[in-house]
Design a binder for this molecule. Structure first.
Ligand code: HEC
Length: 155
């Protein structure tokens, strides 16, 4: 009885292992350039500071030296147009302040390069997805700028 249980556990572990190998090597299941949606990336990496609604009041705010800006006013603050180039530059190289080590905003370029295993195409796709998601959150986009806002579940 006991051995049967152990055998079962071992079999389970082996199956688990092979299933894991499968995902890493089978490109049909997960293309090498698989990049999550902008919303998923945002909630995972940005919401802690910028807030789930991107208005700048995430749970980590009290521990920051600089308040994270409201990301839903980016278009308004850039003459009514969502600043794709600016956002891409900030994500890749950091804000001007981070270059001098005085910003709480992480420089995401090198982090995404690690996550995306040095796949430049995937890094670009990741930045594109985030930008499109942020564009969809602009306060007065009215669904015109970027894709239709995806309503977060439970709100
Ligand atoms: C640890 C907290 C923190 C996290 C996590 C974070 N940010 Fe920031 N972010 C900040 C702060 C603080 C600033 C303003 C600081 C500065 O200007 O140097 C900022 C600035 C920005 C700006 C410039 C905004 C403007 O109004 O000019 C953008 C765009 C931005 N963040 C996007 C993101 C995105 C996208 C993510 C997730 C990939 C993210 N941030 C994750 C703290 C954070």
């Amino acid at each position: 009885m006991r051995y049967a249980f152990l055998g079962g556990a071992l079999l389970f572990a082996l199956l688990g292992m092979s299933a894991k190998d499968h995902t890493t090597v089978n490109p049909a299941q997960f293309p090498p350039t698989y990049v999550p949606s902008g919303q998923e990336i945002y909630q995972q990496f940005c919401a802690a500071c910028h807030g789930a609604d991107a208005k700048g009041n995430g749970p980590a705010v009290s521990r920051l030296k600089t308040a994270p800006p409201d990301l839903t006013t980016l278009a308004r603050r850039h003459m009514g147009k969502f600043p794709y180039d600016y956002v891409a530059t900030v994500l890749r190289f950091g804000t001007g302040a981070s270059a001098h080590g005085s910003s709480d905003m992480p420089t995401w370029g090198p982090i995404f390069q690690i996550i995306d295993k040095e796949n430049e195409q995937a890094v670009q796709q990741r930045i594109k997805n985030i930008s499109a998601y942020l564009a969809s959150l602009q306060e007065d986009s009215g669904g015109v700028i970027g894709p239709t806002p995806i309503s977060a579940p439970g709100r």
